[in-house]
Design a protein around this ligand. Sequence first.
Ligand SMILES: [Zn+2]
Length: 457
Amino acid sequence: MTRPKKQYVEDVVGSVPLMRYDVYYHYMPDGTIKQINPFTGTEVWSVPGRSNKPLDNEIPNTAKPVEIKDTEDYCSFCESRYYETPPEKSRIIYRNNSYELVEKIQATEYDETTAEFRRTPNLFEIVTLNYWQQNYNFKMTKNQLEWREKYLSDQEGIEHVIKVVDYKLSRQGKNADEIKFMSVDEKLAIANAFFGGSHDLIIAKRHYKPNVRYDSQLNNSGELTPEEHFQYFRFTINSLSDVYTNNRYVRYVSVFQNWLKPAGASFDHLHKQLVGLDSWSLNIENQIHMVRNNPNIFNEFGPNFAIHHNLVFAENDYALAYCAIGHRYPTIAVYSKSHHSRPHEHTNDEIRGISDLVHACHAAMGSTISCNEEWNYTPIDAVYNIPWRILIKWRINIPAGFEGNTGIYINPISPHQLRDKMVPKLYEMRAKGQLAYGIQIAEECPCKFNCLSYHLR
Ligand SMILES: [Zn+2]
């Protein structure tokens, strides 16, 4: 009988000394590296002979010329199309040499300032307002109800909301007549999700790099300055905290960024997503279970393991980055070293530290590699801490029949090869002054065992 994978990990953890890293990372004479992810049990092989070209940011032959616009209008997230998203919950603006948070502006005020980042509801929620209402008897908070009333109190607000609802209905298969004859009240009921929902987007200002010439020159996380990236992180964390505040039934907020279509993005315009959930997910539950059994497990199977295999490639006072093992896609892990275990408990310096490393990774990768950025951290109602860690998964391979049959995933880039792509690029970028201050690279990294302090209170 086949055992479930998670059970297998527990068996391995329970029966083998924890420092037996060779169980999880095994080199073979021909160059094959067999890996088992110690956190998930996923079995992965990296086989030699796959292409291993260095990272570049060259314009591909398939790139098409782009018409430069004073104000970008390439997709619904672009600056001149603010009204194509549901009512904005908040935005970050740059004024008088500093960044400011502006909340719940009226429809008439959208163009009075330029948003560096915007927080808007996701028009197509994964977990809907209806889900919370039907399953938990969720009621919108006083703040949300007041905001809805104020937003709809002027004509432009109502027109904006109806227009967005009409678009949503059309995407859900309603024809023009059905939409036309639906009552305003029915449409406003649908719009309640905009004011009381728990699935938000954090949208960056730019679609393309400044002075773009080709459509491959997109504005990814690495194109932001380290300061802008920190603002992007801080704003995301502020929003994460707000999702918990507004919905008492949320036990975990999933935070992720899908970059380009192979990673599941609907627009090639930089954005993160926050989805409130009523459970931790099996993945997080398994991690909590492991940390209950061994509070130091994230040090042992995280940085300590990576240090032994020379996989750590960047570090600063607050975080470190290494090439992770046992992932079906080439994966970078960035860990916060803080004793705080939730993003919204981190100090600004700590947030800046992890943000700088994540920024450096995206900058080194360039904007043409599709990837998922996935945040993991301690759920709001957990008493056992897991560290805040961010995984960046390169979506460059597609698991196929072999993987389906065997459960063994072929990852085209081994962790060492991934490290060897990142390191020269990071040195090059540092020489050009594009990295944040204080990032140590490769051999410069202190690589101290047990550098994570999530389990120390
Ligand atoms: Zn856009």
